[in-house]
Design a protein around this ligand. Sequence first.
Ligand code: NAP
Length: 515
Amino acid sequence: MVEEFKNEKFIDFLVPENHQKMELALKEVKQELGKEYEIIIGGKKIKTKEKFQSYNPSNKDEVIGILQQPSHKEVRQAIEVAFEKFKGWSKEPAEKRAEYLFKTASIMRENKFKLSAWLVYEVGKSWAEADGDIAEAIDFLEFYGREALRYAGPQPLTKIPGEKNELKYIPLGVGAVIPPWNFPMSILTGMTSASFVTGNTVILKPSSDSPVTGAKLMELLEETGLPEGVVNFVPGRGSVIGDTLVSHPHTRFIAFTGSMAVGLHINELASKVQQEQIWIKRVLAEMGGKNAIIVDEDVNLTTAADGVIASAFGYQGQKCSACSRAVVLEAIYNKFLDMLVERGKQIKIGSPVDPTNYMGPVINERAFKAILNYIEIGKKEGHLVYGGKAIPGPGYFIEPTIVADITSEARIAQEEIFGPVLAVIKASNFDEALTIANSTMYGLTGSVYTNNSAHLEKAKTVFHCGNLYLNRKCTGAFVGGHPFGGFNMSGTDSKAGGRDYLLLFTQAKAISEAL
Ligand code: NAP
């Protein structure tokens, strides 16, 4: 009997023993940087002529790992292997498939510190953010394992005299799993495990900014004894191999999380039926956001300012859920702005290997340049009240940046920046604040700080976003408690970590027997 699902506890790094363990893990991982990782197809490890490297964004000359760049040939080969493997794997009992998730969770738990250390180096997460990522990956494994058992059980149907009826959830086929780098272990693990626990087989293509983290999951899956070919690891640039993976006639579904531009491209390509294709491909596309926090005039300003700062600058604003717009009521606008600036000044930036740094680097040069460009645009659209500069050094560090007096139509209020840039917008009343909050093409997360119960009730119906938070920050969703996914151009609202999620990886078969 499997115990009830509980969220994994976060590590308290203030406990000296935990602090020492993390320091040791960082030292150990440092020794392992620069290794080469192979493509894995049907358990076979393959090296290609062409390679690419993953770099430390805090220290851009430090190579985290060397990866193979597959050609279209390897991608097709992986799909064919997964297609063959599906024939057997799809028939395995749910209990057996779920067991691999529970085992992986347990090994991940034993290796938490080291896995977190990999994230500190590969994607510039602080200790706490890295631990949160690993904890969420464990949660996905534990939660989806239990969910698979639930879906495998008897499903309620209306009784029809003279018949024995049942409904079974069966798998779809080969899935292309395409995650982003910003939750390199949790999203990658969640989408991969949801795919295979339901009986599908997988081509896992990690982000080119975090391929080593993907390789670490493959090592864990190998350790659990997951049969070869169930998950095939094909790291490589999305712009080079993505279209082959998505358009192949044997690809049955695509589980994507990433930017709107790539998500829409995948959706369009997947909708085109290829020769020999005998299904409509299913696309799960979880995309970007332009999330707002409304700060009402009747509120504890300290709590609200802390919430906005944590939501805007935690992990350098590189969370899809991050707050990039603070919509502040006129009556408290100036005071609240001062409080934000005060808090911005206290943020320490630098390599996340040092746990006293709250903010680390942004992910790569392209993001670094794009964010600085948005800051220049913001300076013209409003008033820069804090930050705005890059920090010289070996990494991609940018100050937490606050731009005030932004209109709701401004580019920095409409376009996803995906970095530490907060646009502050004034609203004359609560209704106007809600209109501003709803004025972008996105609809991922949102939050309202208010003591006014009528405003809270109004926000529940009017604020159009997939994850609405009241009197708390808009980041930090918990598996099970906060099923996650957005509306409009934020995606297909797949609600990762929720009870509907596994349905998306299955199709229901109704069987009716005359008695
Ligand atoms: P991205 O550039 O869209 O990349 C996401 C994934 O797509 C990567 O693995 C990427 O591979 C791959 N890719 C790129 N071009 C492709 C193509 N033509 N065909 C198939 N795959 C392709 O996004 P990102 O920079 O990694 O992540 C940041 C974005 O993700 C932000 O917009 C953020 O809001 C969003 N996000 C959303 C959620 C959510 O739950 N809604 C969660 C996290 C992040 P390469 O790395 O090789 O290019």
